[in-house]
Design a protein around this ligand. Structure first.
Ligand SMILES: Cc1cc2nc3c(=O)[nH]c(=O)nc-3n(C[C@H](O)[C@H](O)[C@H](O)COP(=O)(O)O)c2cc1C
Length: 221
């Protein structure tokens, strides 16, 4: 990149700045139960016309603590936790096999809100994975078989040939691949962030206590 172009990009980056003015969030309105608070915010997200309201960043770490993040789709949440589906042999699957602690992050820009959720991750049961797998479109089910997710792929042609062979093998019913399924993150920490003017944002954290109760705690912005 030319020096001049670099300088002008840096100027643009430094001038990108907006004030958050659309809401506030305080102890008096924050629900005592963080799952319920998430549900209330998510209902607002669903009525706010986001392209992918359920997209979330999942961060994992290897056993050596090397972090890795990627977007996945939230497919289920209730007071047991937050579930997503993937290939168990992918990079994230390998990380989670070595180190079951992970973090989820939602950022809903139009609402000036961020939610962070940390916890331990477990695989969903075979039945739960299968139930979700069956609800996917046919070619997504074939795709799950075809993709050795996160392994090197020689060419797109190799993948498409694999897809074609699998459509012949499974012309109607596609069984759940043994290497594919769900994970559920069982939270021990939530943080709800609402942007406020002058970077004096509202942050309410919920920390799981040894007795199973949630402690609500405001954090400095
Ligand atoms: C909007 C969006 C949604 C995605 N949803 C999923 C998903 O639900 N499951 C999944 O395995 N990958 C999903 N991906 C792809 C992942 O971000 C990632 O590329 C893939 O899972 C491989 O990650 P890994 O190599 O870290 O395991 C999604 C990507 C985007 C951009």
């Amino acid at each position: 990149m030319a020096e001049q172009e670099k300088d002008s990009l840096i100027k643009i980056l430094q001038s990108l700045r907006r004030d958050y003015i659309s809401g506030k969030f305080d102890e008096s309105v924050a629900h005592e139960n963080p799952f319920e608070q998430f549900r209330l915010w998510f209902l607002e997200v669903l009525s706010s016309d986001f392209v992918e309201p359920n997209a979330m960043v999942l961060s994992t770490a290897s056993k050596d603590g090397i972090p890795s993040s990627r977007v996945v789709l939230l497919k289920k949440f209730d007071d047991k936790g937050f579930a997503f589906y993937t290939n168990y042999q992918s990079k994230k699957g390998k990380d989670l096999a070595e180190n079951p602690y992970a973090s989820l992050l939602f950022y809903w820009d139009k609402l000036e809100r961020q939610v962070r959720i940390n916890g331990r991750v477990e695989k969903t049961s075979f039945e739960e994975s299968e139930e979700y797998f069956k609800s996917r479109p046919y070619l997504s089910r074939i795709g799950a078989w075809a993709s050795k997710q996160s392994s090197p792929l020689r060419s797109r042609f190799t993948l498409m040939r694999e897809v074609a062979l699998l459509t012949m093998k499974y012309p109607v019913d596609v069984p759940l691949p043994p290497f594919w399924g769900g994970y559920r993150l069982i939270p021990d920490f939530f943080e709800f962030w609402q942007g406020r003017p002058s970077r004096l944002h509202d942050r309410i954290a919920y920390i799981l206590q040894p007795d199973g109760k949630w402690k609500k705690q405001r954090l400095y912005p």
